[in-house]
Design a protein around this ligand. Sequence first.
Ligand code: 13P
Length: 255
Amino acid sequence: MRKELRKAIIAGNWKMNKTRPEAATLINEIKPLMQNNGCEVVVCVPFTALVAAVEAVKDTGIRVGAQNVHFEASGAFTGEISAAMLKEIGAEYVIIGHSERRQYFGETDETVNKRTKSALSGGLIPIVCVGELLWEREANITEEVVSRQIKLAFAGIDAADAAKIVIAYEPVWAIGTGVTATNEQAQEACKLIRDRLAALYGKPVADSVTIQYGGSMNAANAAELLAKEDVDGGLIGGASLKAADFGVIIKAAAS
Ligand code: 13P
């Protein structure tokens, strides 16, 4: 009902896959599968493939994103990359707080908040990931967990900036497992997120924010998930590495 108020965004999270030539090849395979203006398409590639990806997407409408950004502008932070560095390369989006970063690299709600602020001030569009672990769903605390993640990720961010953020609801138990959330579970969590945003910033901002679902979204289940009222797009892992499958998902979002 309110879908016309926001942009549909299909983003591929390539994770730690693809060298520069491989990235160019995959993008060249995706190009003919683009649907005119129906939805925004983003490829979030490894840092090392960013330059090649920006080159390959020229004149295609495909956007390029990174998979992380540091919260300081510069300095003694070995191994980190700043928002200005990403912007200068031509990246437009950046994934923040993916569950793999929370799980394996000590990412917390606090660092997610700091990275989100640095992305915004650097002119990048953050794709902020939230989602519960399996035991949290089984313990019936999904609502509490996701509400906390949203509240802390948006702490100190004003309404104008909040409206620029994309949120990806990714239940951790659905990532890379082949177990997808049901359409109803995805809708329920995305609606919860929109309600939290409405409480923080008011309904117009909440209605304008793109909320994606992620977690074993694929060519077979994308259309049904994307048909849900509060599911405005997808953050896709495995299926984004296969052009044909990614193309089917783009088509589902565009229609
Ligand atoms: P899969 O689509 O491989 O489950 O990964 C989802 C994901 O983590 C996207 O960020």
